[in-house]
Design a protein. Sequence first.
Length: 293
Amino acid sequence: AALNPWDVMLCVSGTAIACENALVVAIICSSPALRSPAFVLVGSLAAADLLAGLGLILNFVFQYVIRSDTASLLTVGFLVASFAASVSSLLAITVDRYLSLCNALTYYSERTALRTHSMLAGAWGGSLCLGLLPVLGWNCLGDRAACSVVRPLTRGNAALLSASFFLVFLVMLHLYVEICKVVCRHAHQIALQQHFLAASHYVATKKGVSTLAIILGTFGASWLPFAIYCVVGDPEYPAVYTYATLLPATYNSMINPIIYAYRNQEIQRSMWVLFCGCFQAKVSFCSRSPSDV
């Protein structure tokens, strides 16, 4: 079959996603300094996005090299599980940030580590279940009329995935609004103590709100069009509509490493140590506040 330019772009996107996130996974796994719960969550996000990138590459291979309905079904299930794990990891990071601000005195404890592993177990377990649904029979291979805009997912399956995303997005929106309130309150208290209310309070508040807006705005702009189209779209519509909404969704996995990993000073330092040896092995690492990760 002739190459579809959209499929090529998805494959290129998957390659970039896999390379970016493989580097993050390698850095976190190789650095003993990056073992705090916050970095474990970032590692989970990078691992999920890495699998999503590999899934996009495999989808291209099975579509043009090894063409079969079984391979297509397995690939779609793999992609659903990977992207679901990515979104779930984003939710877990948001919850961790909120709790680290509200319970700053007790954050560094064994209870935090247990909570982090519990969140990750729930996130990956739920994502695996969502990915297995089409593989175990909830697909439209035997009934083309039941297909959604993403074949071989049924309309019901696509609606479930969209509803799950909307729920996660609303929870993240609520938590980030609460985080914004806490950040503003803390900035105000610090400004009062330092007697620089007008300047420092404005700068700190603006920086915190801008960061949260970028995080949530990027996530929503990437996934909302595709999630909405999965609900309102019809499989009879031109396939270009599906590609045009799906491709930006993959960009979220490309942007995640920049927002959650490469901007962090500890990860930057570990990256230099891993590739350049610019720091001595005895350099001490001190993890930043979880809310800065």
